[in-house]
Design a protein around this ligand. Sequence first.
Ligand code: IMP
Length: 448
Amino acid sequence: MKKGKAAVIIGAQWGDEGKGKIVDVLSENFPVVARYAGGHNAGHTVIIHGKKFILQLVPCGVLRTGCISVIGNGVVLDPMAFLKEVGTLRDAGVQVDGNLFVSNRAHVILPYHRMIELASENAPGRVKIGTTSRGIGPAYEDKMGRRGLRVADMFDLQLLRKHIENACHEKNMIAHALFNTEPLDAAKIYDEYAAASAKIAPFVRDTAVLLNKSLAEGKSIIFEGAQGTMLDIDHGTYPFVTSSSATSGGAAIGTGVAPTSINTVIGVTKAYCTRVGEGPFPSEIMDATGERLRALGNEYGAVTGRPRRCGWLDLPLLRYSSMINGFSWWVVTKMDVLDELEEIPVCVGYKIDGKLTDELPAQGCGYNKIECVYHKMPGWRTSTQGITEVAKLPKAAREYLDFLEKETGARIGMVSTGPDRQQTMLTDGFAAEMEALTGHKTKIQAGA
Ligand code: IMP
């Protein structure tokens, strides 16, 4: 049997590029979708026939009948958040039994992770990251510190009790000493997590085996990135990043599928740029146009509701992102948000100390020195909403996409002009590659 193929879908900016919808559209022909990093800090919004789903932990593939969804070992799992999401999906009539699996090696988020994060984010003298307050960072700290609790450990109740007692003893002391925080009750946490362990047991598998078997059986996999390249712990705008490997390399580590099994990497970028939380953002718009873009694009965080900072498309950043991830294709989302604008500035280069540079600074203070060089593109001033063929886009919109392609080296594969599955178009080249990967034609038409 021919081995299945694998594609990774990555946010090329700071997350919120609209990966959820893209994974949802492509999962029509990929029988397996796997998450590999992050936790319930992600917020993937998918609208199907007008019905809105916000998925935080569960991969978007769950919304497709017959698709297997996997939460890989690289994810940090809050069992309560997982069970709540599963309950909401069940109530909405979405199947979650027998098609949704969690890695037995994923690390578990416990209440003291949230306690420590909240206290330290607000502590005087600390760099405020503006996290989602879900305990993500402290859970990864315990993983790397080799004192974490993995999903498989939740089923050994003696071990679970001992782990929680020891961890609470230590974390309560640290939180009290550093932040004067009230202690957590280990017995109560144990009771909650022991009860949750029975409920999550039917979902738990060795997902590395499951995924590799799926490939061997000829099934193709989409790896669904969470967050975005510039939030990657190594390659992002450190320390204003999340605590996991959000870039394409993370897909192998976070699932147990070898890098040699990955066939293509797809970068998702908005037609402009946004970020939530603190940290550098070279092409940020500091005047009223930024607010206008926020209103037009409804740029508020899916998880925390925070207003997103808005900026122009940043090509040096996308070139960097493409280098780190190895993008072959771009998916451009929210094209329609730019419909009204008379002209659209695009950042085409960075100047540091007056000199053009291709390198992104490794330090936050380096970003402060960046001067963006802008090229103004003409707007198209006509609605692109719901257009489903690239050839039918206004000329100026096509030129905008051509410019992105020319300046970055990766090809335009898909363009999204609205939140619904149907408001999407594929280029011929991309449609052909997807067919080669999956053996199926996509139902969404290609056009140019
Ligand atoms: P954490 O992941 O909660 O530790 O937050 C670290 C940074 O990543 C903060 O700036 C968050 O706003 C940002 N972040 C985390 N997850 C997402 C996401 O899914 N979309 C956009 N930003 C995110």
